[in-house]
Design a protein. Structure first.
Length: 94
């Protein structure tokens, strides 16, 4: 697919780009390179490839949620900015 100068100007107008005259040829070349690469990717042979959903088989590993009793609450709360009823007090988040 060949991109014309008018198409570059039209795309620049749609994107609200103010291109200098000297930039038009650079944009034309870059867009043409991108479209050529997309064409190569679109025509890549994929007939005998298996379907891949992810690059690897990694899965999220979750630990069991367990309540653990901490014996030294005073040490636990010593760095708390605010505490109330033996708990951390945090600002409301709405």
């Amino acid at each position: 697919m060949k991109v014309s100068r008018e198409e570059i100007l039209h795309i620049a107008n749609l994107a609200h780009l103010e291109l200098e005259e000297s930039e038009i040829d650079t944009y034309l070349t870059n867009l043409q390179d991108i479209l050529n690469f997309a064409n190569i990717v679109n025509h890549a042979p994929v007939e005998n490839l298996s379907l891949t959903i992810g690059a690897n088989e990694a899965k999220n590993v979750f630990r069991k949620d367990e309540i653990k009793v901490f014996d030294d609450n005073k040490a636990l709360l010593q760095n708390a900015i605010e505490k109330e009823q033996n708990m951390f007090k945090i600002p409301k988040v709405l």
